[in-house]
Write a protein that binds this ligand. Structure first.
Ligand code: FAD
Length: 286
């Protein structure tokens, strides 16, 4: 039934791909190979992360520029507000706009240890960006609640404020419990959030690393996943196949539930994301 309904959806699916700045020459090659492999799928946009407090904003910017030049795709830099003053942020925003960048993923960033500045939220960045120019803005959302949130309801209301301030869509933190995403989407609708809540899909090829990250991010790893990756610590090939299979199941259920926009955390790799997009009916456009 799932495959049948997917066939009917062909052509209606929008995808976006997230990349991060490479840290060495090998990773640089992998990044550009992946961008060129995925570009013909004509994503709605691609985005490039920015490591708050690591001074890599220039790298994010130059990758975004190069993606536009080499592929013609819409490329959105991630921008975090926590590590810059409002004046600096306005200057960056103006510079992006003057360079033809119209799409930004606006985030707070993680709070550095020993941080003493006044509180800053992604909402402040959305407002600031909209004051500078009419950017297309994506913001972050957390189906399983942001780890610092006072409550799930408070987290949801702050998301609503970001949307009311002008965010065009929300991209979720990755998740593996599809029901938690679907419930979250319902709750967004119930409080009057009218933009797409785009599920962030992470194909998990490194389960050990995920286990470490899960606590920090407040993302639940369902018991069945432990079982799926059992005994595969030294078997990358099988892990990749398992990762693709899990993500394919997720996107099939989500698209059957009416989801039309998917964001992929590619980790700068193309094979799995390409295959998962293929199962969604997304084909290269020449
Ligand atoms: P906010 O929306 O500001 O929320 C942060 C916390 O504050 C939440 O707990 C919220 O409930 C609470 N809050 C919000 N408003 C208020 C208020 N007015 N009063 C009190 N509490 C409030 N990090 C990077 O450094 N670089 C990246 O490139 C990057 N990309 C990301 C992409 C996606 C799709 C996602 C989901 C996350 C990304 N992150 C990135 C991580 C992000 O920076 C962290 O999760 C950060 O801790 C929160 O950012 P936010 O934009 O969600 O913040």
């Amino acid at each position: 039934h799932l495959n049948h309904s997917l066939a009917e959806l062909n052509g209606n699916i929008n995808v976006s791909f997230e990349f991060f700045p490479a840290k060495n020459e090998n990773m640089e090659t992998m990044l550009w190979d992946s961008i060129h492999r995925l570009a013909p799928l004509k994503p709605k946009f691609v985005s490039v992360t920015y490591g708050a407090n690591s001074g890599e904003r220039d790298r994010t910017h130059s990758i975004v520029k190069r993606i536009r030049n080499e592929t013609g795709l819409i490329a959105a830099p991630h921008l975090t507000g926590i590590d810059a003053t409002p004046d600096e942020l306005r200057e960056i925003a103006r510079d992006y706009w003057d360079n033809g960048i119209r799409n930004i993923v606006a985030l707070r960033g993680d709070i550095p240890a020993g941080y003493t500045k006044p509180p800053f939220y992604a909402l402040d960045l959305v407002k600031l960006l909209k004051e500078v120019a009419d950017f297309d803005i994506s913001v972050a959302a957390y189906p399983e609640v942001h780890p610092e949130a006072k409550s799930a309801q408070a987290d949801l209301i702050y998301l609503k404020q970001k949307v009311e301030a002008g965010a065009n869509r929300a991209i979720t933190q990755f998740f593996f419990d599809v029901d938690s995403y679907l419930r979250f989407r319902d709750r967004c609708v119930a409080v009057g959030i009218e933009v797409e809540i785009v599920p962030g899909i992470l194909p998990v090829t490194n389960f050990k690393q995920l286990q470490k990250m899960a606590t920090l991010t407040n993302v639940k790893i369902p018991g069945w996943m432990n079982k799926m990756y059992e005994g595969l610590d030294n078997d990358q090939t099988t892990r990749n196949l398992v990762a693709a299979s899990i993500a394919m199941d997720m996107v099939k259920i989500l698209s059957k539930e009416g989801v039309k926009d998917f964001h992929f955390y590619t980790l700068n790799r193309s094979e799995l994301t390409y295959a998962i997009c293929h199962t969604l009916g997304v084909r290269p456009v020449s």
